[in-house]
Design a protein around this ligand. Sequence first.
Ligand SMILES: NC(=O)c1ccc[n+]([C@@H]2O[C@H](COP(=O)([O-])OP(=O)(O)OC[C@H]3O[C@@H](n4cnc5c(N)ncnc54)[C@H](O)[C@@H]3O)[C@@H](O)[C@H]2O)c1
Length: 272
Amino acid sequence: MHALAIGKNLEKMFSLENKVILLTGAAGGIGEVLAKGLAGAGGEMALCDIALDRLAVVEKAIKDAGDSAKSYEMNVMKLDSIHSCVEKIIADFGRIDVLINCAGINKREGFLDVEEETYDRIMDINLKGLYFLSQDVAKHMMKAGKGNIINMASHNSVAMLGGCSVYGASKSGVSALTRSMAVEWAQYGIRANALAPGHILTPLTTVTWDHPERSKYLKERIAMQRPGTPEELVGVTVMLASDASSYMSGMMVHIDGGCLAGGTPWDYDTKY
Ligand SMILES: NC(=O)c1ccc[n+]([C@@H]2O[C@H](COP(=O)([O-])OP(=O)(O)OC[C@H]3O[C@@H](n4cnc5c(N)ncnc54)[C@H](O)[C@@H]3O)[C@@H](O)[C@H]2O)c1
């Protein structure tokens, strides 16, 4: 009896029912899993990406599970595409309650090898696209007097990896923009937080984890000594998207198996 009452309270607190959620990068390794997880918690998903074939597969899977999703083409590198997509979503749903900026790219290259085109592409998608999409959506949220923005940052927002200078700068920028949004838009009922995943196993990162030396190097620097899965990001994302985190703004939550905390060999002998 008591346990059931607590369960109902938890369900209500973390529910995403009646929340329209715009998710970019929804066709990606992390985006797909977040889309399904948030839809499963009751969210009405507006799925955005440039990879339309893949997006259709995600939409179908969500609908087959009895949940709500609709796909939209959005290229976050192009302001026209951002504007028209946001207008379509507003026309279809009437509002956007939660914006999740998840689209992002990386290209590993040494500092001296990066050319202007690569620099611009990473910055345009990871930082500029996030900036102007948030600006567009925030205008609608301000009219509604409420809103919630979740930005996909990274372990690289804080700790750098070789070959990721532009990516690291873009994700440090995401962390900074998250705090600016929280500060400027609190008066309009909008809060903003960032998620900073550590090393997450997706099709893009399998090559690193399959590499004997690279994976050994990484494991020794993660307290839990393993990569995370996209599924392990869902719980915190539901918390951030729901009213359970209603007094939380301007924060970056690290989900990294203790990577930021540090790492040690598990057979460490304390005598030495
Ligand atoms: N995988 C990790 O270990 C990890 C760790 C920390 C942070 N992240 C961040 O999480 C987010 C998702 O990463 P992922 O691993 O799922 O990557 P992914 O490559 O699997 O997915 C990225 C998605 O973004 C979309 N996209 C690319 N360019 C776009 C554009 N111009 N407009 C709209 N959509 C575009 C792609 O089509 C793809 O579906 C990214 O922001 C990434 O930086 C990932």
